[in-house]
Design a binder for this molecule. Structure first.
Ligand code: SF4
Ligand code: SF4
Length: 333
């Protein structure tokens, strides 16, 4: 009867996949997501990176050059910059300019917290991003001041509104070459509502009250790691939230998980399956010596079929409609 015994060496997520006779493996790589560091002008409650103004971990120019040199020998079409506030590292613009020189051309995404566009020293950041046709995916956890300020800090809502108006004035949200997407995440331990319905509400409220337009809304669940896990633990809600995620497991989300088509790179050039695994230190390692792998150790043509490293936090990506870098994965029925 040994075959029927539960495998307690597997995490709960891997066990759930096994129950569904499936596994999580990489497909073709479409996105190189680079987390350039933990420096940020904000300290949001839900932050899975524990980012903030005092963090010192940022990418050096040498690492930027290493990454661009590696990228130049691939056909990965999209480079997605995240952090922290990625714009705050001193080589952010250098990085973008170097990627823009590559052939074939690559699509660029900046994951922006909006308020950085108003900080002293960043007055021309919006122009720079528009000039280089960088897509912006911006955090905006609500269209009400109360909820945004509770999650991100006092005054962040007002700053975000000003920044969105600035981006609109540069053509973002209007020009098809300047996409502007917003990211919603819940302010507490619950799942996002249906993305399509929320997008309608966001578009109506932001247009009516502030004259703001944007393209798409991505509704993402908070993963129980980093500062959000500390917040849940502090309030005695961590296991309750885990149970919510586990019970909402939706196998239809598996094929669309971002770890299937994304390589996640850390500020030292180390490689992970996703930004969440990165924050948990789940770095790829080589066989047989198990030393940590860096981007320049990887052959991009040999990754399809590689097994993805999982743990309990992965239930945050497969709950309900699912969450990926591009928002909900499937429709809620
Ligand atoms: S959630 Fe984003 S904006 Fe907020 S502290 Fe983290 S990295 Fe900064
Ligand atoms: S956290 Fe999400 S994206 Fe990362 S490996 Fe798990 S399922 Fe994939």
């Amino acid at each position: 009867m040994a075959a029927l015994a539960a495998d307690f060496s597997m995490n709960r997520f891997a066990q759930r996949l096994a129950e569904h006779s499936t596994s999580l493996r990489r497909a073709r790589t479409e996105i190189l997501q680079v987390n350039v560091g933990k420096l940020c002008n904000l300290t949001c409650v839900h932050c899975h990176v524990n980012a903030g103004p005092k963090r010192k971990e940022i990418m050096t120019r040498e690492t930027v050059d290493h990454i661009v040199d590696w990228l130049a020998n691939t056909d990965i079409p999209t480079v997605d910059f995240t952090g922290g506030a990625p714009e705050m590292i001193s080589d952010f613009r250098y990085f973008i300019e170097r990627v823009k020189q590559l052939h074939p051309a690559r699509h660029l995404i900046d994951r922006c917290n909006l308020t950085i566009l108003l900080e002293p020293g960043y007055e021309d950041l919006g122009d720079f991003l528009a000039y280089h046709k960088v897509e912006i995916i911006a955090s905006m956890p609500c269209y009400s001041a109360e909820n945004v300020n509770a999650q991100r800090g006092d005054g962040v809502f007002e700053g975000s509104i000003k920044a969105l108006q600035l981006l609109n004035s540069l053509g973002y949200g209007y020009d098809s070459e300047l996409p502007l997407h917003l990211v919603y995440n819940p302010v507490g331990p619950f799942l996002p509502p249906p993305q399509d319905e929320l997008e309608v509400d966001y578009k109506r409220e932001l247009k009516e009250h502030f004259g703001i337009v944007f393209n798409k809304l991505y509704a993402l669940a908070n993963l129980p790691i980093g500062r959000f896990a500390s917040y849940l633990r502090h309030n005695g809600k961590l296991e309750e939230y885990m149970q919510l995620l586990i019970h909402a497991f939706n196998p239809a989300t598996i094929s669309g998980l971002m770890c299937r088509n994304t390589i996640s790179v850390g500020w030292r050039g180390e490689v992970y399956d996703c930004d969440f695994n990165q924050q948990l230190g789940m770095q790829w390692s080589s066989n047989p010596d198990m030393s940590g792998l860096f981007l320049w150790d990887i052959d991009p043509d040999s990754l399809e079929g590689r097994e993805i490293m999982t743990d309990d936090h992965c239930f945050g990506c497969t709950a309900g409609a699912g969450s990926s870098c591009g928002g909900a994965i499937s429709s809620l029925s």
